[in-house]
Design a protein around this ligand. Sequence first.
Ligand code: GLA
Length: 396
Amino acid sequence: MHGYSDMTMRMKTINEIHLDFHFERVFGTRPRVFRAPGRVNLIGEHTDYNDGFVMPAAVGFSTYVAIAPRQDRKLVVHSEEFPGNFEFDLDHLPEKRVGAWCDYVLGVASVLRQQGRELAGANLLVSGKVPIGAGLSSSAALEVSSAFAFLSLTGNHLPLPEIAKLCRQAENDFVGAKVGIMDQFVSCMGKAGHAFLLDCRSLEFKFVPIPAGLQLVVCNTMVKHDLATGAYNTRREECEAGVRAFAKWDPSVHALRDVSVVLLDEHANDLPATIWKRCSHVVRENARTLDAARALTTGDLARVGELMHESHNSLRDLYEVSCRELDLMVEAAEGLPGFCGGRMTGGGFGGCTINLVREENAEEFAKRIAERYREATGIRSQVYLCSAEDGAGELN
Ligand code: GLA
């Protein structure tokens, strides 16, 4: 098991050193600095909260939290990018979201306190470099870096999966987005050069090497989504309705993870159409994810590409979480040199697509897909050439 003590350590870059100086200018002391990355999900979408399988990778965009203790019981939270400076009394923290970015930091503090862990007065300076609302998990990156920072103050050591769980709880209970465990888990445990096949029921995982010569190209539609708004939570409720129905037919069903394709098809006409579509996506997406992990391991990129294509279509037609811009971005990749597979990534309703592209074609791919997307939509997109990176850690 990976523990908090063997988290990643690496030297600071120029930007990160700048955060130290900025902190010292604002608060007058030297901080410790923690970093947590965002992620892309290669396949396994909307399966995590159904006890299913996902295959994400941590990427090079990170959120940084610089922290130093205070002598009083105040929590003072500033950011380099986000508006507003916040000050809270540790002994009277808000019980619910205040409706600002600091909710992710407060949520973590609030769960740590619920767990009976000691909290100390602190100054925090946040620098968020994960694009917001782009489906790259800026929220998980902020939660995880905050959790590392808070725990460092009191010398509390927690295993990384526990940190991931407490961050998810912060987002579920405090922020009110009923997300699964994927984003927080991969932000904690990511490994450079690897994707990550995670069983969201047992939390067992296996690193899957990304074949040499393959680049992760992330294309931002620039259409923002907001998971805390209703649609995501509605999908969850629809899945729960599906579980209740299948459990009547087969009492061994506790989550959609337990529904086989045979059982699913047997009841195609017994469920309301919308519920059946949602279940059908999840059941088949789990199978696709396992299949994709095998294909990536053996370097069968043609198969990975097919599975990503099916995943996107299923998210568009059955789960109904894509949007016109995501569909156009996926189409824009088709036929470009070096393209091996692509789909929407993350919660949906906007955000990014993930594309597997041969390294030697990646720059040209980035240019051409941006042109095609602009012709189709009039929108100037952002395209990021990414690789799989290590999970969260302290900078020294
Ligand atoms: C968001 C959530 C994840 C997951 C994805 C969809 O990123 O945070 O838990 O449910 O959507 O796969």
